[in-house]
Design a protein around this ligand. Sequence first.
Ligand code: HEC
Ligand code: HEC
Length: 299
Amino acid sequence: MNELTPFWSAWIITITLGSIFGCYWLLASVRSNKKHPNGEVPTTGHVYDGIEELDNPLPRWWYWKFVITVVFGLVYLALYPGLGNFKGLLGWTQINQYEREVAKAEQEFGPLFAKYQSTELVELSQDDKAMRLGQRLFSNNCAICHGSAATGSYGFPNLTDNDWLYGGAASEIKTTILHGRTAAMPAWGASLGEQGISDATQYVLSLSGKATDNDAVAKGKDIFAANCVACHGQDAKGNKLFGAPNLTDDIWLYGGTQQQVMQTLRNGRAGKMPAWNEILGEDKTHIVSAYVYSLSHQE
Ligand code: HEC
Ligand code: HEC
């Protein structure tokens, strides 16, 4: 955590303690019991509409409640961090509290996840109880990118459709999730020029029957053969080693309009799927992998 410079630390301590003692001083200074000897309460001198404001002392309970809050504040500031760089006598931090809670949850719920570790993925994907755990893991960790129904969105693949960048075998899915994936589609704007981008786009669109310019398709085909087959394959059906998508199926990660495809070719793409091994651990990754597998393998 960042330390404050000694000046700002002292500044904060002075202001914090100054305000607490200042408040107390203000309270104590106006507390004086101004009851007149004959029992009459003086007025403050304010009169409005014939109503006079009496100058009664503060009620005792109110005064003591205030004192208690002052004491509470001082005790709190002694125990917990709050005064500049002073760490507090308990050594509490948000991070060590979080870590304690995670460790406790791990101890409590770890065995719940661990018992599925030895069940093979495809079999596990048919276990309702495990799949309920899997769904919860997915909602908490994956839905933010892939959507709560796992159907993906722009730049985030649909995981329910049996169209895979990196392979859809259970073990391939698990490898993706454990170690993450980084795609590298180069940018072609500089080397192909705007005309080349436009022609290659027409060829790519022709693969799913959406080309609008046959001359451009013919030129684009040559460009594709020269530049793209190494990753996307001779037949443009993709290559799971690189995560190069199938370009013939009219399923698009970055959109299939002419403009969107041109954008992809011009600037390149670099989709990144995070690695979960460190975050979820092997046991939970195993379950969520089976869950992802189950999404495209429903009876
Ligand atoms: C920060 C966003 C993000 C989060 C969170 C995320 N993913 Fe991904 N995931 C991606 C992206 C982006 C890709 C595509 C990578 C690419 O373009 O090559 C991807 C790809 C995948 C793939 C490969 C799909 C294929 O077609 O081969 C699987 C499986 C997957 N994610 C599962 C998960 C699971 C399970 C979780 C939760 C544990 C998760 N993802 C969390 C962004 C995310
Ligand atoms: C070095 C390997 C490589 C080469 C060469 C390559 N690509 Fe790609 N391409 C990829 C990868 C990987 C992706 C996926 C990017 C991602 O997931 O972020 C991709 C994505 C795409 C997409 C987006 C598909 C979608 O679903 O939105 C199109 C279109 C595309 N490439 C066309 C081409 C064309 C045309 C060429 C040749 C001019 C080409 N690629 C050359 C690896 C390559």
